[in-house]
Design a protein around this ligand. Structure first.
Ligand code: SIN
Length: 494
């Protein structure tokens, strides 16, 4: 299989660039009839590697192995699970530079940002390696004198994971870490655009001594056949998916026949509200972090910025000035802030949202067009005069465009912010304590950043309400999603 020498040359350990899938403890180098697919660098179109294009058969083989291995894994002590995850975590951190390099090559994000994501991913391993020893049950006073009641927490079993291209390291991390810590096994299907990061993690997992029947990585160019195989296999107890609401809906429909457990992290349309009592400089920094992280390709990215009328001019000028200074370029370049978008469809969507906004009266303050670095590069953009009838007010742009809406009062902005079928993240800036509580309670989202644009961490529950998803990832709540509750009633105790 092809592997780009240019990428191998950048790695301290070239064996991390793996072109085999991991199926039920075996390395698989070929799909049926030799089918394979190519992974490209979005910055320049170079083919980085060719991988086996696998299908339902590989999923079923992986699930069968996982099914057997999971029972033995569940029976091990919390300390054993913890120790194994700790070794994986150590190798993850030790190889962070190479993992970041692989990520930048296949995903495009700037190298420093990729390294940040690798360490963010590793933090889930660390956190759940500690939590593996604390999967506590409960006791409840009996309802009769001769009874005692126990509540046991048991791993759900084999979990099918489908992960996205925008965070190729952290999204698998926050699924596999709680799954293994609670005694589950996982069959993962990384996005076709960015499978190399997950494969590199699998190489490290194997080195860490994890029985690899517990963690298969199915490489495939298309998600639908893999989703079908996972949802129709009765040995898969749960599906965890991060990606679009449309695909989440599809998996939910498919999982209905077998009442699959589901964890869904879906789309967002995050409002970012700046009140007149806010620290405007801090709000501008928060908007930069929340909007332009990963070139705006983040589910929790700000999609709509609402600024109170008295400060809208000042805020717009400050944001546009800062955005105009951002450097666009190849993620391996020096001081680059914004890498390429993932594909042509993303560029088209961003362009469409900007055109629509301009037709409806918006003004491009900075950016607004593709960048000379290449066809997938887009200039970070600020649009003033945004209105609620624009596409950008209702659809997730998933690109580096910040539309600025104006509002007059608190009740009005809460209503407009909540006018969305999505409810993942929301942000606001205010120094009024009473307002902080009112607005945090009023916004219908699963996560809220107050006076900060960065909310993602392994120690807190990440997840949405409404059509943004089901379940939580990270923190002890993230572990609960991989556990069944079993109640045992002990009678005859006299
Ligand atoms: C996402 O885009 O779904 C995840 C981003 C994050 O963890 O911050």
């Amino acid at each position: 299989m092809t592997v780009a020498q240019s990428l191998l040359d950048r790695l301290d350990d070239p064996t991390l660039l793996c072109t085999n899938a991991f199926i039920g403890g075996e390395h698989v180098s070929k799909g049926a009839d030799g089918a394979h697919f190519a992974v490209h660098n979005p910055a320049n179109g170079e083919v980085l590697a060719e991988l086996p294009d696998l299908g339902a058969e590989a999923v079923n083989t992986a699930v069968d192995s996982a099914y057997e291995a999971q029972r033995a894994w569940a029976a091990t002590t919390g300390t054993h699970k913890s120790d194994t995850l700790k070794v994986w975590h150590r190798l993850w951190v030790e190889n962070a530079d190479d993992l970041a390099t692989i990520m930048t090559a296949e995903q495009g994000k700037p190298l420093a940002e990729a390294k940040g994501e690798v360490l963010y991913g590793a933090s889930f391993l660390e956190w759940y390696s500690e939590e593996a020893k604390r999967i506590y049950g409960d006791t409840i006073p009996g309802h009769r004198e001769d009874t005692r009641i126990l509540v046991l927490k048991e791993p759900v079993g084999v979990v099918g994971a489908i992960t996205p291209w925008n965070f190729p390291n952290a999204m698998i991390a926050r699924k596999v870490a709680p799954a293994l810590a609670t005694g589950c096994a996982m069959v993962a299907k990384p996005a076709a655009e960015t499978p190399l990061s997950t494969l590199a993690l699998a190489v490290l997992a194997e080195r860490a001594g994890l029985p690899m029947e517990l963690f298969s990585v199915v490489t495939a160019s298309r998600g639908a056949p893999i989703g079908d195989a996972m949802t129709s296999n009765p040995r898969v107890a749960k599906i965890t998916f991060t990606g679009s609401t449309e695909v989440g809906r599809q998996l939910m429909r498919q999982g209905a026949d077998q009442i699959k457990k589901l964890g869904l992290e879906l789309g967002g349309n995050a409002p970012f509200i700046v009140f007149e009592d806010a620290d405007i400089d801090a709000a501008v920094q928060g908007a930069l972090q929340s909007k332009y992280r990963n070139a705006g390709q983040t589910c929790v990215c700000t999609n709509r910025i609402y600024v109170q009328s008295g400060i809208v001019k000042e805020f717009t000028k400050a944001l546009a000035t800062a955005v105009a200074e951002m450097q666009v370029g190849d993620g391996f370049g020096e001081n680059v802030d914004i890498g390429p978008l993932i594909n042509e469809a993303s560029v088209q969507k961003v362009s469409e949202h900007i055109e629509d906004a301009v037709v409806r009266g918006g003004t491009v303050e900075t950016g607004g067009e593709t960048h000379s670095a290449g066809p997938l590069f887009f200039k970070p953009t600020v649009i003033s005069g945004a209105t609620d009838d624009m596409l950008i007010a209702h659809e997730e742009t998933f690109g580096p465009v910040a539309p600025i809406f104006t509002f007059d009062n608190e009740a009005e902005v809460i209503e407009r912010a909540n006018d969305s079928e999505f409810g993942l993240a929301g942000y606001f800036f205010s120094r009024d304590v009473a307002r902080v509580f009112r607005v945090a309670e009023g916004l219908k989202t699963g996560m809220i950043g107050v006076n900060t644009g960065l909310i993602s961490t392994a120690v807190a529950p990440f997840g949405g309400v409404k059509q943004s998803g089901i379940g939580r990832e990270g923190s002890r709540y993230g572990a609960e999603d991989y556990l069944n509750i079993k109640y045992v009633c002990l009678g005859g105790i006299t």
